[in-house]
Design a protein around this ligand. Structure first.
Ligand code: DOR
Ligand code: ZN
Length: 476
């Protein structure tokens, strides 16, 4: 850089937090990228200087589990409101799920999703669907720009049918050859269907009956089965929304066997338990369900010890009238979360459940590594995208569902007191949220992560010959 050239922005006076360090430092940002990280006062001249005295600079959160509902269900959310909610929550990258209408299972449907995503405030990855009837579309979805796949082993909103184990194996065989990770809604459909039918026939329709239809065995069986298929094929998999202590055993065992498996949990499984069903009624309906209190303690411990790799939200917006029902089976599942994750988890840090570097590890560093975005995302270092959440760790807030940027103004976290709040959000050097206000001019700034994503092809497996024979693929 010539002596008189100025960088775009210097952030000065703050405390930088990474997955393995906390230090006083300044950051210089130029052309969307971190140009320098260094001692306070040692930065180049800048066109703009932001004083972050008293604030902490975190790599922006990467939420690999959101439902932005477009196309198909835009009365609940769309890409503008969903990514605005992300920006308000310090989330700089989101991965969006395929249970929209039409489901993201063909290149034509993917094109509609990519068109919708042009409104995004933050960067994004798009999940392609892995279903029974679209195995022949998976490679075209990769060519079309998906960043990963989603397989619904159990039914949830959208009621996409679950693939048979046979179709799932074929899907994993194909995707393994390209290295992309497959995220699993790991609940076994056939177990849940039988139980729900019996409960309904017996006239049981209270909130806790939803939990009876989906005991933890539903998830344990699915995680263990998926891990076997991943081990056989070499596919990379990710267990979404881990809700029980019991799933940790098949997750740990698969990791020990060398399966490339990652796992997430969500704030709802760390904060709520069965004691909340009475107070929240049908609003608490979510898949997988909120469980007995001992589960959440095990999930906090698993986040701290690394068994669970990351925090995501399963941001699942629905309208109040779709959530508040007398009959639990007619209430929609889930609630918005992309906006409240950071304040809720920073409250956990404040309460001593995790360190602030632990939080960066689970909210940004590990998701970036699992999805091939590291080192461009997931860290604060020269050469990385300047995706930064600037947070006030002392700032208290009472969550108010009416104030959410999401179109869905209903959450189980309403009226909860939090400590720690993002005050500015930068995506590739640009403010998308500033002083707690959305920067509306930044609409459309978001880009697909495929630009930077690198998923190295895994080592060929012994299944390659059989895969080639059955699927008519070239063997490697
Ligand atoms: O509760 C849920 N809602 N769980 C899911 O897995 C999907 C989500 C939705 O799309 O509403
Ligand atoms: Zn989900």
């Amino acid at each position: 850089m010539s002596a008189d050239a100025k960088v775009d922005l210097v952030v000065t006076g703050g405390t930088i937090v990474t997955h393995d360090a906390v230090f006083a430092g300044d950051i210089a940002i130029d052309k969307g990228v971190i140009a320098a990280v260094g001692l306070p006062g040692a930065m180049p001249a800048a066109r703009e200087v932001l004083d972050a005295t008293g604030l902490h600079l975190l790599p922006g959160a990467i939420d690999v589990h959101v439902h932005f509902r477009e196309p198909g269900y835009t009365h609940k959310e769309d890409w503008e409101t969903g990514t605005a909610a992300a920006a308000m929550g310090g989330v700089t990258t989101v991965f969006d799920m395929p249970n929209v209408d039409p489901p993201t299972g063909t290149p034509a449907a993917l094109a509609l999703k990519l068109q919708a995503a042009r409104k995004a405030y933050v960067d994004y990855g798009i999940y392609g669907l892995l279903a029974e009837d679209n195995i022949d579309q998976l490679e075209a979805l990769i060519e079309g720009g998906v960043a990963g796949f989603k397989c619904f082993m159990g039914n949830t909103f959208g009621n996409l049918p679950s693939p048979s184990t046979g179709a799932m194996l074929e899907g994993l065989e194909i995707i393994a050859r390209h290295g992309y990770r497959i995220s699993l809604h790991a609940e076994t459909a056939s177990i849940m269907a039988r139980r729900q039918t019996k409960l309904m026939a017996a006239g049981k329709n209270a909130p806790l009956d939803h939990l009876s239809a989906r005991p933890a065995v539903v998830a344990i069986e699915a995680v263990a089965r998926a891990a076997i298929l991943a081990e056989w094929t070499g596919a990379r998999i990710h267990v979404l929304h881990i809700s029980s202590a019991d799933e940790l055993r098949p997750l740990r065992e698969a990791k020990a066997r060398g399966v490339d498996i990652t796992g997430e949990t969500c704030p709802q499984y760390l904060i709520h338990d069965t004691d909340d069903y009475g107070r929240l009624g049908s609003i608490i309906r979510v898949n997988p369900p909120i469980r007995e209190p001992h589960h959440k303690h095990a999930l906090w411990a698993a986040l701290a010890d690394g068994t669970i790799d990351m925090i995501a939200t399963d941001h699942a917006p629905h309208l109040p009238e779709e959530k508040i029902r007398n009959d639990i089976w007619s209430a929609d599942c889930g609630w918005p979360g992309v906006e409240t994750q950071m304040p809720l988890m920073l409250t956990g840090v404040h309460d001593g459940k995790l360190s602030i570097s632990d939080y960066v590890r689970i909210s940004s560093y590990n998701p970036a590594r699992a999805w091939g975005l590291y080192p461009r995302k997931g860290n604060i270092q020269p050469g990385a995208d300047a995706d930064i959440a600037i947070v006030d760790l002392g700032r208290e807030q009472i969550i108010d569902q009416e104030q959410l940027a999401s179109r869905a103004k209903i959450t189980t976290f309403d009226k909860m007191r939090t400590k720690g709040l993002p005050v500015h959000t930068l995506v590739r050097g640009r403010f998308v949220m500033r002083n707690r206000k959305l920067v509306t001019e930044a609409r459309g700034h978001g880009e697909s992560v495929r630009r930077i994503q690198r998923m190295p092809k895994p080592q060929p497996r012994h299944t390659d010959q059989t895969t080639a024979a059955v699927l008519g693929l070239r063997s490697r």
